[in-house]
Design a protein around this ligand. Structure first.
Ligand code: FES
Ligand code: FES
Length: 167
């Protein structure tokens, strides 16, 4: 006779979720462990959001969650079910660069460009939080975005310029 009884039910490991990315709704079946970064890059093929450290330390994966910047590598896709995400692919309108993108181009605020999508998304998030043009404050608030090429001087100049123009 089986004395062990029924097996305990196991928690669901796959979830059907909805993500609103750059204004478009997507339905996805994801593993509970799927990060937002994996969902964006591997499932939705939005590869503008970069994978750097995958540990929340470099900022390459920065996206906006309803206007607030987050690290997509530290965010589970199931956590943002039904929420609005903005990635670097979603900030230009009608073929016109976002003013922050224009500022980065005008100030030559990149070298290899790998960190640039995260820098730009973080800078937009920063200006949503504060319109400061103070260099020290911008450096502090952008400190989660690492640039291995060391383009910080021009990045800060671009953010200050965009802030001053009210971008
Ligand atoms: S890849 Fe997310 S913080 Fe580095
Ligand atoms: S431009 Fe190369 S890592 Fe920032």
């Amino acid at each position: 006779m089986d004395s062990q009884g029924p097996l305990p039910s196991t928690p669901a490991s796959r979830f059907d979720i909805g993500l609103i990315v750059n204004g478009t709704s997507h339905r996805l079946a994801v593993d509970a462990r799927t990060t937002l970064l994996d969902a964006l890059r591997d499932r939705l093929h939005l590869t503008g959001t970069k994978r750097g450290c995958d540990l929340g330390q470099c900022g390459a994966c920065t996206v906006l969650l309803e206007g607030r910047r987050i690290n997509a590598c530290l965010t589970l896709a199931v956590m943002v079910h039904g929420r609005a995400i903005t990635t670097i692919e979603g900030i230009a309108t009608d073929g016109e660069l976002h003013p922050m993108q224009t500022a980065f181009v005008q100030h030559d605020a990149f070298q290899c460009g790998y960190c640039t999508p995260g820098q730009i998304m973080s800078a937009i998030g920063l200006l949503n939080e504060s319109r400061t043009t103070d260099e020290a404050t911008i450096r502090e608030h952008m400190s989660g975005n690492i640039c291995r090429c060391g383009a910080y001087t021009n990045i800060v100049a671009a953010v200050r310029d965009a802030a001053a123009r009210g971008s």
